[in-house]
Design a protein around this ligand. Structure first.
Ligand code: 1YM
Length: 638
């Protein structure tokens, strides 16, 4: 940028922001509801950086009545002096020059940052208006922008305030022409706000929704940081030791922190973050911890003679069973790798993570022999179960080779072998299963009837799950294998359709199946292969016409359109079994008529917590869930 050349800078600025408006996806990923929420985090990130620098203690996020957003912090306030390179105030520069970040202020480094880390100017480019207010030097400054970053009001002193009052307030309204939707979702903002509070101990974050007649307000503040995150994730589980192990260390400006606690369950919940961003594909920080965890437990178990000389060492999977762990790293110069940039690449972090974890965890085991014994015994049981599961898996594999045609008579497979057009209906009950088998399009539709309820895999280890015949049939039918052998490319059906009655039992079976899919076949769910069939709730006969409708709303709508001369006969459908073969096909299975609901995992961590809550040890929250389970899946009519 030409130095001290105001006009040239101003033109470049507009061109820069115009580029963002032309290709918003390049800067914020998407312009769907995710991109809309991303704008909030771009602004909040600047406030978090200020907190990490040690100057800000409270961040408030408000959804206003018009779906505009206010973010307020009590930091130093964005600098208001004239910026030497642009000739305008630093705060205006931050909001108009692409990639303007901490470097403008000099000193400190940016450790937080959204997926794309491009900041305030991008939000400005994609908003119909932005107002920035800075409290600093006993004065209140304000600057305003409109229509994608055009200056409306240069930085102006609009009042005075107490000398101790400092901070930044930003109000913005996303441009509805750019985003698919301009409506903010409180829950989405809440999940991330809470997560940021866990990841930044001591920081207070408040979320307010002013759109409702009665304002909604929640504050998140955790003095224990990620330890409290672990406690939160384990809240519906049964921890097997009391203390949450919390270790931290620092080297060359890289901060590393881990918190963990084992529970009585069989799955692991290990989540890692770098600069507050979830590294869902792991990376060097995770590798360092896992390597150290396996080594330290093996060493301890051998020294204590729990693991005998002749015994094989415990594997990485054995020591992870039932482990809830949060790993958080703050790095001044993170290298994100992989297609979705979800993996930390910095190799020096592996050693730091290993050292910090190994040293601290070893000490913990030495100082707490009772807890050490419980943990080591848990990992030993996991190892025995692993050996048993291997045997059981071999059984499914042999079965798949020999018995692929009829699966012991249960599965009525489709004729086509082209997975892209094939679908499998998993049907509640033998009688509906029979109707589905007769009514189906046998070229592309396979039917697997289920007798009663399937095993709850949340409460059973892999070896027990694999000894369950129903589950074995499902695994064999899908063709993907499970665990280490899982291969999505081998999936034999493009659509897996759960067909259950529209009652409580039906919902329960659906949840059990979803739990199974989520735990054993998560990539199938993530790739969008799982659906719920929606059998009609009413059959309306009116003269010679018969109409099936899915819900009360559709029923009322249809009835209101009928001529009043003939009285309609409304029949409430009690279940799949009540329909004959043709009816079942026509209303629920025929691709031209049916309405399927796609099941997607909206947020893996939340879904995980939800599944445990529902399917785990605690009985109480389950009934409530059965009525509400749609909250955790996304509805999509196709
Ligand atoms: C509601 C959003 O942006 N807060 C915020 C931003 C900055 C500072 C303080 C800040 C940073 C520095 C020095 C520094 C920013 N400053 C800049 C830049 N809240 C919000 N609070 N003094 C104040 O980094 O050295 C960018 S963001 F570039 F001007 F320094």
């Amino acid at each position: 940028m030409a130095e001290n050349n105001y006009d040239a800078s101003a033109i470049q600025v507009l061109e820069g922001l115009e580029a963002v408006r032309k290709r918003p996806g390049m800067y914020i990923g998407t312009t769907d509801v995710k991109g809309l929420h991303h704008l909030v985090w771009e602004i909040v990130d600047n406030a978090i950086d200020e907190a990490l620098a040690g100057y800000c203690t409270h961040i408030e996020i408000t959804i206003n009545k018009d779906n505009s957003i206010t973010v307020q912090d009590d930091g130093r306030g964005i600098p208001v002096d004239v910026h030497p390179k642009t000739g305008i105030s630093t705060v205006e520069t931050v909001y108009t020059v692409l990639h303007a970040g901490g470097k403008f202020g000099g000193g400190g480094y940016k450790v937080s940052g959204g997926l794309h880390g491009v900041g305030a100017s991008v939000v400005n480019a994609l908003s119909t208006f932005v107002d920035v207010i800075v409290y600093k030097n006993g004065k209140i400054y304000e600057t305003k922008f409109e229509n994608g970053g055009k200056i409306k009001q240069k930085l102006t002193v609009i009042g005075e305030c107490d000398l101790n009052k400092t901070g930044t307030t930003v109000l913005f309204k996303p441009d509805a022409d750019i985003f698919d939707t301009d409506i903010y979702d409180y829950e989405t903002l809440k999940i991330r706000t809470r997560e940021l509070a866990f990841l930044n101990k001591g920081l207070r974050l408040t979320l307010t929704d002013k759109r409702l007649s009665e304002e909604k307000k929640e504050t998140f503040h955790y003095e224990g940081g990620i330890s409290e995150y672990v406690k939160y994730l384990n809240q519906n589980k049964t921890p097997i030791h009391k203390e949450i192990i919390h270790l931290e260390g620092e080297e060359d400006g890289v901060m590393f922190e881990v918190a963990m606690q084992y529970n009585s369950g069989y799955t692991d919940n290990i989540y890692s973050f770098v600069n507050n961003i979830n590294t869902h594909d792991g990376g060097t920080h995770e590798e360092g911890v896992k390597r150290a965890l396996t080594r330290v437990i093996n060493n301890y178990a051998r020294k204590a003679n729990i693991l005998k000389e002749k015994d094989d060492s415990l594997t990485g999977d054995d020591v992870k069973e039932g482990l809830t762990m949060i790993i958080s790293c703050k790095h001044p110069n993170p290298q994100f790798e992989g297609q979705t940039k979800g993996r930390l690449g910095n190799s020096e972090v592996r050693k730091l993570a290993d050292n910090v974890f190994a040293g601290g965890f070893e000490r913990f085991l030495m100082e707490n022999p009772d807890e050490a014994k419980i943990i080591v015994e848990k990992t030993m049981t996991a190892a025995r179960a692993r050996v048993a599961a291997k045997k059981a898996r071999e059984l499914t594999r042999r079965k798949s080779d020999l018995d692929v045609v009829n699966f012991g008579g249960k599965l009525a497979d489709c004729k086509s072998k082209d997975p892209s057009i094939c679908e499998i209906f998993i049907v509640e009950g033998d009688s509906a299963g029979g109707s589905a088998k007769t009514g189906r399009d046998s070229m592309t539709q396979a039917i697997l009837p289920l007798k009663g309820k399937i095993l709850n895999v949340e409460k059973a280890r892999l070896d027990r799950a694999l000894s369950n015949e129903e589950i074995r049939t499902i695994i064999t039918a899908f063709g993907t294998g499970i665990g280490e052998e899982f291969n999505l490319d081998k999936l034999r059906y493009n659509k897996i359709i759960i067909m259950t009655d529209a009652d409580v039992d039906g919902s329960h079976i659906r949840v059990l199946l979803l739990t199974l899919f989520y735990r054993f076949f998560r990539p199938i769910v993530e790739a969008g292969h799982v659906y719920a069939a929606q059998p009609p709730l009413y059959c309306i006969k009116h003269g010679k016409t018969t109409k099936y409708v899915l819900n009360d709303e559709e029923k009322d709508d249809y009835l209101s359109k009928l001529s009043p001369n003939i009285k309609p006969i409304i029949q409430r459908m009690k279940g799949l079994g009540e329909m004959d073969d043709d009816q079942l096909y026509e209303t629920t299975m025929d691709i031209n008529n049916r309405v399927l609901r796609k099941i997607t995992v909206q947020d893996i961590m939340e879904a995980n917590a939800a599944f445990s809550k529902l399917m785990g040890e605690e009985v109480e929250p389950r009934r409530k869930f059965i009525e509400e389970n749609a909250v955790y899946v996304q509805n999509l009519d196709i």
